[in-house]
Design a binder for this molecule. Structure first.
Ligand code: URA
Length: 274
């Protein structure tokens, strides 16, 4: 497996995290002070760092055949994210997601609920195009998974719409198909973030099948109602676990918590990179 290092994006490397998990059972944990909450501009800068890392990624064989890494595009502080399958030929050439016919349909449906691409973030399960648009392979999905988790952790969406089977199965960690799940929202944890997961038919599947388009449209029109619910309760975040040879501070030695910082959404800050 590829040795992915994340220190540039403000997270520990995979091997460090594994070591932390091993030591968790016998170490003291406490909630992080709210000062650890990152502003939208900090999260945006960290997202750019993840993009720069992904641009050079060689974690799976798809790097040999790609023209561009298609990291994702849109608002780095979006309340709504879409996750498709993988870039196709046009996306690979342009380095942007959903630029073909399926993307045009996505734009149209967004317009119908009063949104456009500058207000949402669109990404894919795979960041590189599988040759001849074949289905993603499990090793490719696994190699790319961490980028998706970090995108979600940094963007902090309220609602994630998975488009089609691949992203739905991945984020639900379950093989149930999209025809049973579409239009049924549920709270799921993605990376370290609880989100309202909302599976939808893939727009490409709706292009030539009117009944699928009508179902996609009626599911899509419920998105504003889900956004209005606000973010679900978040899992408790724990302080990074110290190494075995580091002394663990007693609770009464820990500094007092600063007052809570309310999270404010920045006005649509389009990621100029993409
Ligand atoms: N289909 C996808 O799933 N993603 C794209 O970016 C384009 C088409």
């Amino acid at each position: 497996m590829c040795a992915i290092r994340h220190s540039s994006a403000g997270r520990t490397s995979r091997c460090l995290r594994d070591r932390s998990r091993r030591g968790l059972a016998n170490r003291r944990r406490r909630d992080l002070p709210s000062a650890y909450v990152k502003s939208a501009s900090e999260r945006r800068e960290l997202l750019k760092a993840v993009y720069e890392e992904a641009r050079d990624c060689t974690c799976c064989p798809l790097h040999q055949t790609r023209t561009n890494v298609v990291f994702g595009a849109g608002n780095a502080d979006a309340e709504l994210m879409f996750i498709g399958e993988a870039p196709g030929a046009n996306e690979d050439r342009m380095g942007l997601p959903f630029v073909g016919q399926a993307g045009k349909l996505l734009d149209k449906l967004l317009g119908e609920i009063g949104l456009d691409r500058t207000e949402v973030f669109i990404a894919n399960t795979l960041k590189c195009r599988p040759p001849d648009n074949r289905d993603p392979h499990p090793n490719e999905i696994e190699a790319c998974r961490d980028y998706l988790d970090r995108q979600v952790e940094l963007i902090e969406p309220i609602v994630i719409c998975t488009l089609g089977n691949f992203s739905t199965k991945l984020l639900r960690a379950d093989m149930t198909g999209i025809s049973r799940l579409h239009g049924r929202e549920e709270v799921r944890v993605v990376g370290s973030r609880a989100v309202r997961l909302y599976p939808l038919y893939h727009p490409a599947a709706a292009l030539y099948t009117p009944s699928t388009l009508e179902t996609l449209r009626s599911d899509f029109h419920r998105i504003p109602e889900l956004l209005a619910l606000g973010p679900p309760a978040q899992p408790q975040i724990s302080e990074p676990v110290p190494d075995a040879d580091e002394p663990v501070p007693e609770f009464d030695e820990l500094p007092p918590e600063p007052p809570p910082v309310a999270r404010e959404r920045e006005p649509a800050a389009q990621l100029g990179l993409f």
